[in-house]
Design a protein around this ligand. Structure first.
Ligand code: MG
Length: 414
């Protein structure tokens, strides 16, 4: 499927029925908050462009040792997570989230924060149906017999089970249609609705129905957590794994510039040309680290069109970047190779290693810097510039982003 979708995750509810002293979307499964599992699963799908998550107010989050910024750090690979303050009702939360979604988004989905077990197949099934008809939801025939409640403690009518559906999320809509449904909802009297499909139905637009999943449990009561844990039991919940990234960069020599390599200013009659200090070794190191994490490249994060980075110390940029990323992974090793015909670099290896290891907060033994010439061959050999390669080996962390939460909550649930 070439289409992509923004997903709204209403996660502002207090979840009193679960009987926890904190909102159930922050309950832990294998040490990872439900909200994080849901968002991570959404972002694992290349079809998802970004997630807008409605959260409790900052004070409530602070009581869980969390901030909006912590949640936004779940964004990955250029797909953002936008955290916002939700409303008193689910509908109000979605309405607020709609304002955060880029105008040009073509498709908008809504998925409950407390449904972490949906599969990619289900999501794509709903999305494909939405692309055909403009709106789609998933649901299942109830397994219990369903009756109406009569007056007093008596049973009313027995309903035809086959005509009934328990509706689940994800629900996906053409962006215009969902925005229109909420605009119309604005002008009506306050109607309490429990899903977004209801508003779209109100526009008279048909909503396609596809088969849901038994495993797509909505955590409402404490027991549901055990069920969700069962379904997620055999899955990879972000187990730590080792990943490798490679970086490469080249800058040309020019007059009137300082020669900065690995954060060391080397006495030389010219320097490398670039928007920042043009420290090619550090640029390669940054790209290697970003590569291991699938987080893009140095030019995207520190664009040379931004005057802020003019003459910037690349080593400081590396330090700044790692401060943001080190929650996601541990640096096991970094190896940098500088390719230059001159100057002689071996006297500066130790200073460069020290600089890099300090910026990355690791022992110097985890960083290696070396250099080579190309025997006069090619652009670097002719002395036109300097190139650098770097290989970074990182170990991803398990609960990557909301770690402080895990400590306080575990005991209460078990
Ligand atoms: Mg560069």
């Amino acid at each position: 499927m070439t289409e992509s979708v923004w997903v709204i995750v209403p996660g502002a509810g207090s979840g009193v029925r679960a009987g926890l002293s904190y909102p159930k979307q922050f309950a832990l499964l294998k040490g990872v908050p439900v909200l994080e599992i849901t968002i991570t699963r959404l972002l694992a799908m290349p079809e998802v462009e970004g997630v807008a998550v409605a959260l409790p107010d900052r004070k409530t989050l602070a009581s869980l040792s969390l901030s909006y910024e912590d949640v936004e750090r779940l964004g990955t690979g250029g797909r953002p997570v936008l955290a916002l303050s939700g409303g008193a009702t689910r509908g109000e939360s979605v309405r607020r989230a709609l304002k955060f979604i880029p105008e040009q988004a073509r498709w908008i989905g809504v998925h409950d924060a407390v449904r972490p077990c949906f599969t990619r197949e289900l999501f794509l099934r709903v999305f494909a149906a939405a692309v055909k008809s403009g709106a789609a939801v998933c649901g299942m025939t109830p397994t219990d017999t369903v009756k109406t409640r009569g007056s007093g403690n008596v049973v009313g009518k027995t309903l035809d089970r086959d005509s009934l559906i328990n509706v689940q999320t994800p629900q996906i809509f053409a962006a215009e249609l969902l925005r229109e449904a909420y605009r119309l909802g604005d002008s009506k009297e306050e109607v309490v609705f429990t899903d977004d499909c209801q508003l779209v139905e109100g526009l008279g637009h048909p909503v396609s129905l596809v088969e849901g999943e038994r495993r797509n449990v909505k955590i409402t009561y404490l027991e549901d957590l055990a069920l969700v844990e069962y379904f997620l039991g055999k899955e990879d919940m972000g187990e730590p794994f080792v990943c490798t990234g490679m970086g490469f960069d080249v800058h040309r020599w020019g007059p009137g510039r300082k020669c900065v390599l690995g954060g060391v200013t080397i006495p030389f009659d010219k320097g490398l040309v670039g928007h920042s200090d043009a420290d090619v070794a550090v640029h390669a190191a940054i790209d290697a680290i970003l590569g291991a994490l699938g987080e893009g490249d140095v030019g995207v994060l520190f664009p040379d069109s931004d005057p802020k980075y003019e003459g910037a110390s690349s080593l400081s940029l590396l330090e700044e970047l790692w401060a943001k990323l080190h929650g996601k992974a541990r640096l096991l090793h970094l190896d940098v190779t500088i390719v230059a015909q001159w100057p002689k670099l071996s006297p500066h290896y130790d200073a460069m290693r020290t600089n890099l290891s300090r910026a990355l907060g690791v022992d110097v033994g985890r960083v290696s810097v070396k250099a080579t010439t190309t025997e006069g061959l090619g652009a670097t050999g002719r002395g036109e510039g300097v190139a650098a390669f770097a290989v970074a080996t990182l170990q991803r962390r398990r609960s990557r982003h909301l770690p402080t939460l895990c400590r306080g909550l575990c005991r209460e649930e078990r």
